[in-house]
Design a protein around this ligand. Structure first.
Ligand code: ARG
Length: 627
């Protein structure tokens, strides 16, 4: 074992010195940020990413979407929280089995674990509280005009056709026991004569689409003069199946017409038709992560895209989805439709149920937040130097140097608590007491005064690390606490965020590398330098049989002018999300030569190791979302 390691080490150093001859050229090259593709008017196959579909993503896949506040993300899947993990603060709610819960989150988490009871009403339980949904068509139990009896109303009511969409229809079908939701919101529905249709009054309902009962949706009563279209639904039954060639197969087994995938509408009911998209149709919004969202989610004050694009550039266009604004929007289109030809009609609306969607958002805002990836504002004037960019104080507050004896051979990344991330090939557990972790270091010839030097408590090498192939080239360094200190002191450091999803950044995104590694002509570098590189897809074309897509990431520039090199190993490749939060996307690992366009730098893909890291450092330390 030891012999193998020595041989491997030699191999790395040989590789590195070879790189040294070519050196690195940090050039002042500015690369354009990856632009969002606009929805192309292309046939269906071009919109759906077939390779992505193999992962069978659904609304519970936290590498694609955020979990509900009563769920947490473990190994890429949203799983039920235990009720006690919910925020305490809130008002009580009542469930269908007559039990009262301290908050909506408590009930939803309980339901998530044991789906026998559902939400009934906000507030305490009353003796005769009952909610029911039924379909008017007597010839079949899977379709019809929808009638609802609300908890505090004594008669059944119809639902207005306006605003009735697939989200609402799916929930109605879930409520009726059709686990795959609805097939359509349109159809020819029959109803018996004894159902009295009061044509001027109906319920307006608004759902998110993931509610398990319509009782969780928000109802208001609308009174309008004249006939109102009424909402109907065709719930999905396997008998209704479409031929495989003309349909999209949802993860939940349902089939939907092909042209309804990637249109921002959750037709499947488990969102699987909207999670592997290369483009979006019908004006829906494409997240960089390949998710199509309904346009109303854009600028609604809630993050929906995991990398946040849906809430960018929203100044002055905040579109709250509160009932009042939904209504004012409604009366606006009515106004524009009626125009001046008709006298102004009086429309009355009365909100009948609590807005559990707002409650869900409130619970979300109460979940613990960690702070990472945001620098303290520094007001220094930046000098740009051709051929490289020297870092200035505070530019890379997560960058550390690993000093082994009197040499700095590697970098590392502070990720919070007592933990530093680095490459496995940089460190050996047996040498832990030889290492020093230097933070806030800028130049190791001219030492700045705020440098903090830390000792190492222990080193954890990834159990799958393979020094021959450089697979799983990732390690954790635990810093020694100072005597009588409970926490680690990283006074001038700020942790970089650990990415929880491989979809946070995409090929062509521009990211930043930094380190004290060699320059061109193997020139030694004493000061921390940085450069901008682009993420590169299809890296196996450069490194046949040596590049492992899931575990590695390639980055470089078209001319190869910017690259990591010998001595940069273990250091960060960081990317900034849409709100300028910094993520450690890669760890400098290997590369053939330095600065050759045909041989881009290879990095350990940190997102692939989120669970490994959180297992060692503790989930709360690095989980920003889905906690
Ligand atoms: N293995 C090298 C080291 O120990 C890192 C090499 C990165 N090379 C590159 N061309 N990007 O420092």
């Amino acid at each position: 074992m030891k012999l193998v390691r020595v041989v491997l080490l030699l191999l790395c150093f040989c590789l590195s010195s070879f790189e040294g001859k070519y050196g690195k050229h940090w050039k002042n090259q500015v690369t354009k940020k990856h632009e969002l593709p606009s929805a192309p008017a292309a046939p269906q196959e071009d919109l759906v990413d077939a390779k992505c579909l193999l992962n069978k993503y659904t609304h519970r896949s936290c590498s694609k979407v955020f979990c509900q506040p009563w769920e947490k993300c473990v190994d890429g899947t949203c799983i039920c929280k235990l009720p006690y993990q919910c925020p305490k603060n809130g008002t009580s709610v009542c469930s269908t089995n007559g039990r009262s819960f301290p908050t909506y989150c408590h009930l939803k988490s309980f339901e998530c674990l044991r789906p026998e009871a559902k939400f009934l009403n906000n507030g305490t339980c009353t003796a005769e509280g009952e909610f029911s949904v039924s379909l008017s068509d007597e010839s079949t139990d899977s379709k019809g005009i929808v009638t609802v009896k609300l908890v505090d109303q004594d008669k059944k009511m119809f639902i207005c056709k306006s605003n009735w969409g697939m989200a609402e229809a799916n929930v109605a079908c879930f409520d009726l026991g059709f686990q795959q939701g609805a097939l359509d919101t349109r159809g020819r529905f029959h109803y018996s004569e004894d159902l009295q249709i009061n044509s001027t009054e109906c319920l307006q309902v608004r759902c998110q689409g993931f509610e398990t009962t319509l009782a969780e949706c928000t109802f208001s009563k609308r009174r309008v003069p004249g006939y109102q279209g009424l909402a109907g639904v065709l719930c999905y039954t396997p008998a209704a199946d479409l031929p495989a060639t003309e349909s999209f197969a949802c993860v939940n087994g349902k089939r939907i017409p092909l042209n309804r995938a990637c249109n921002g509408v959750n037709d499947c009911g488990d969102q699987s038709d909207e999670l592997c998209c290369k483009g979006c149709q019908d004006g829906s919004f494409l997240c960089k992560s390949g998710v199509c969202l309904p346009n109303q989610h854009r600028c609604n004050g809630e993050l929906d895209c995991i990398s946040g694009e849906d809430e960018v550039g929203c100044e002055g266009s905040r579109r709250g989805r509160t009932p009042s604004s939904a209504l004012s929007r409604h009366s606006q289109d009515r106004l524009s439709r009626t125009g001046a030809e008709y006298p102004e009609v009086q429309e009355e609306t009365e909100i009948l149920t609590a807005d559990m969607d707002t409650e869900r958002k409130r619970i979300k805002s109460l979940l613990p937040k960690i702070s990472c990836g945001v620098k303290r504002p520094v007001h220094t004037r930046r000098k740009r130097i051709v051929g490289g960019k020297p870092a200035q104080a505070g530019d890379f507050p997560w960058q550390v140097a690993i000093k082994d004896g009197d040499k700095i051979n590697c970098g590392g990344i502070y990720i919070g608590g007592c933990w530093v991330l680095t490459a496995a090939h940089c460190v050996r557990p047996s040498r832990a007491h030889h290492y020093q972790i230097w933070t806030s270091l800028l130049d190791w010839i001219k030492l700045n005064s705020n440098i903090v030097v830390e000792k190492v408590e222990r080193i954890i090498i990834h159990e799958g690390y393979n020094g021959t192939t450089y697979q799983n080239d990732i390690a954790l360094i635990e810093i020694k606490k100072r005597p009588s200190h409970k926490e680690c002191v990283f006074s001038n450091s700020i942790p970089a965020c650990v990415p929880w999803s491989p979809y946070l950044f995409q090929p062509k995104d521009s990211c930043i590398i930094s380190g004290w590694g060699r320059e061109k002509d193997n020139q030694k570098v004493y000061s921390l330098r940085w450069g901008e590189v682009n993420l590169i897809s299809n890296c196996s074309q450069f490194y046949q049989n040596r590049y492992y897509e899931k575990e590695m990431e390639c980055a470089g520039t078209a001319d190869g002018s910017i690259d990591a090199c010998k001595g940069d190993s273990g250091g960060p490749l960081v990317c900034l999300d849409t709100s300028n939060v910094t993520y450690v996307w890669g760890i400098v690992s290997w590369g053939e030569n330095c600065g050759k366009p045909e041989f881009p730098g290879v990095y350990t893909k940190v997102a692939n190791y989120f669970d490994w890291i959180s297992y060692h450092v503790g989930r709360p330390l690095i989980s920003q979302h889905n906690v």
